[in-house]
Design a protein around this ligand. Structure first.
Ligand code: SF4
Ligand code: SF4
Length: 244
């Protein structure tokens, strides 16, 4: 029997499947980073992915979601925090039912997969033709994140809804990159589409670091410290807002 499409999904079913897959994915990727394997975890990972993908009815959508979510650099933790989990905490979504929120989150996830895969393919093409040099996004990883620098790879500075796409590249870049960075690639963008996650570790990196836009280069350590203080203050205030 076929599972219902996102717009007819049982309340919160999508959210439960997404969270279940995120948790299993974290476990599976951790094993991969340790160069270990556990057939039981892998089998549960496949089941959880199938279950989540079955929320999408057209075969093309199911295949896209399966491909995107199988990628070790897909930014699950940001989507979980800011979109799938985050919409319900935003004032603009306060009046929506859980079913509507699930539908919006499911549609947004599909769109994010499309953008992610298109950037992934662009990066491969540009790297193959030596147009730009970026981190080798391979599975298993060939490169680890650099250590012993001040940045903690939290990716909070990249939680932007759009910016001015002044890339620092000499060669021609895909025209859609300008659309994506401006924030026009999809509705409800809550972080930059060039922000990738490293093997579900909640550590994020810029997939186009060497050519990232001017505004990103201007974000330095001092601004980071300022942002971190802001985030800490907001977290401290959050319970009071809920009570009041
Ligand atoms: S907010 Fe600061 S610590 Fe976090 S990724 Fe950005 S620069 Fe790094
Ligand atoms: S281009 Fe890179 S550094 Fe700039 S916001 Fe996007 S992910 Fe962050």
């Amino acid at each position: 029997m076929q599972k219902p499409a996102p717009n007819a999904m049982p309340t919160s079913s999508f959210h439960q499947r997404f969270i279940a897959f995120c948790d299993l994915n974290r476990r599976q990727r951790k094993l991969e980073l340790l160069r270990q394997s556990d057939p039981k975890t892998l089998s549960r990972w496949h089941d959880a992915l199938d279950s989540l993908a079955s929320c999408y009815q057209p075969t093309r959508e199911r295949e896209l979601v399966t491909k995107g979510l199988s990628d070790p650099y897909f930014p699950f933790s940001k989507l979980r925090k800011l979109n799938v989990g985050g919409f319900s905490r935003e004032p603009g979504f306060a009046d929506l039912s859980e079913a509507s929120l699930a539908r919006i989150s499911a549609e947004h996830l599909l769109r994010w997969v499309e953008i992610f895969l298109s950037i992934r393919q662009d990066l491969k093409n540009l790297n193959d033709h030596s147009e730009i040099f970026t981190m080798q996004l391979l599975d298993p990883p060939q490169e680890s994140l650099p250590e012993a620098i001040w940045c903690e790879y939290c990716g909070e500075c990249c939680e932007i809804r759009g910016g001015i796409p002044e890339f620092r590249a000499n060669s021609k870049l895909p025209s859609l990159w300008y659309v994506y960075f401006r924030g026009d690639g999809c509705k409800y963008q809550r972080f930059c589409p060039f922000l990738f996650e490293y093997f579900a570790t909640a550590k994020f990196f810029c997939a186009i670091y060497e050519i990232k836009p001017r505004c990103c280069w201007e974000f330095d350590r001092e601004e980071c410290e300022f942002l971190q203080k802001d985030v800490a203050r907001e977290r401290a205030e959050r319970p009071q807002r809920i009570v009041s």
